[in-house]
Design a binder for this molecule. Structure first.
Ligand SMILES: Cc1cc2nc3c(=O)[nH]c(=O)nc-3n(C[C@H](O)[C@H](O)[C@H](O)COP(=O)(O)O)c2cc1C
Length: 350
């Protein structure tokens, strides 16, 4: 049904227009307490066998929505009610900004992929903080992903991230330093250890000073050379980070300018996960994202060492209840393998 609507109706409209309409509909749903609770009861993962704990946070299942969809933290509860175990909001920057000129989001149907050069369009950390303070009505784990404001030069990057962290770390279940989006000039240079160390150290100080000690993760690009993936992993362990999210979109493609996500990213994302697991073992949490389309992909990432898995493009092509269906199929798989908890599968093939 969704495939029919997608191919016959939605694809005729501009991708960003559909996105904005969807976010508005979900924001409305987030304000309807009864419907939200009913949907949550029907579609969110509830079986204890799917529960996962990571960095002191309890997730009802392993599959969450990756950053970039709910940039302004307007609809996380509605997304959770449709079956995602957690929502990573953002990327949020210290100062609100419009992002790049449109068009900036493109579908690649045949490859089940998207290309985007949104450029961190968002209302800024203060506005996001105000929304995150609102009561949610249904349980949802909310991670907050922060990035650099475009007009801030590299020399001011650490202070800019710290400003966002001060606003948002106290309100986040976990905080993510995003240094891997391809659409803010120079952002990915911050992945070099010499720049990343002072940046992460400064943000970690903020996270450590919140009442609950907010877990801190870093999100990396798939286009890093393997040695650089290793270097970030070593740095993450040295600094006592809670985890690494791998990966963001890739610029290695021949289409429109921007980052490519979805099916073409699958192989490299899995490769980076395997490399990270070989380096860090189970000392820090790995969250795998990139090209996840079905239950087999989620299972493969968990076996390869991911504690949590995220997706964005797979949901766009899979339909509103995609995450709920995957959690159901995962539960069947856990039982078929004779496991009592999905956590027993983490890293089995690593
Ligand atoms: C339209 C769009 C916007 C995105 N915006 C962000 C963002 O603001 N911050 C971020 O860390 N990742 C962003 N991403 C990357 C996703 O979080 C994810 O890492 C990437 O798309 C790979 O996962 P997927 O193949 O499941 O889409 C965006 C992706 C898309 C498609």
């Amino acid at each position: 049904m969704y495939r029919l609507v997608f191919t016959q109706v939605l694809r005729r409209f501009d991708a960003e227009a559909v996105h904005r309409l969807t976010v508005s509909a979900l924001a409305l749903l987030a304000r309807l307490p009864l419907l939200k609770r009913l949907l949550h009861r029907a579609y969110a993962p509830h079986d204890p066998a799917l529960r996962v704990s990571a960095f002191g946070v309890h997730f009802p299942g392993p599959l969450g929505l990756a950053a970039g969809f709910d940039k302004d933290a307007v609809c996380a509860e509605a997304i959770a009610a449709l079956g995602f175990s957690h929502v990573e909001v953002g990327t949020v920057t210290a100062h609100g900004q419009p992002g790049n000129p449109r068009p900036r989001l493109f579908r690649r149907f045949r490859e089940r992929a998207l290309i985007n050069r949104m450029g961190f369009n968002n209302a800024g950390a203060h506005a996001a903080a105000r929304r995150l303070r609102r009561p949610r009505g249904v349980p949802v784990v909310v991670g907050v992903n922060i990035g650099k404001t475009k007009v801030i030069p590299e020399s001011g990057a650490a202070a800019d991230y710290v400003a966002s962290a001060k606003e948002l770390a106290p309100l986040a279940d976990y905080l993510v330093v995003n240094v891997s989006s391809p659409n803010t000039p120079g952002l990915r240079d911050l992945q070099a250890v010499s720049l990343l160390r002072p940046l992460l150290t400064a943000v970690k100080e903020v996270c450590d000073s919140t009442p609950r000690r907010t877990p801190l993760l870093v999100k990396i690009a798939p286009d890093l050379a393997d040695e650089d993936v290793d270097a970030v992993a070593e740095l993450a362990m040295e600094l006592g980070l809670d985890g690494i999210i791998a990966t963001n979109t890739t610029i290695k493609h021949d289409g429109e300018r921007g980052g490519l996500s979805g099916r073409p990213l699958k192989e490299r994302s899995l490769e980076v996960l395997r490399r990270l697991r070989a380096k860090v073992g189970d000392r820090i949490t790995l969250i795998s994202v990139g090209g996840v389309e079905d239950v087999d992909d989620v299972w493969e990432r968990i076996l390869a060492g991911a504690t949590l898995v995220q997706a964005y493009t797979g949901w766009i092509y899979g339909g509103p209840l995609w995450a709920s269906h995957i959690h159901r199929r995962l539960l069947r798989r856990v039982r078929r393998h004779g496991l009592t908890s999905i956590t027993e599968a983490i890293g089995r093939t690593a």
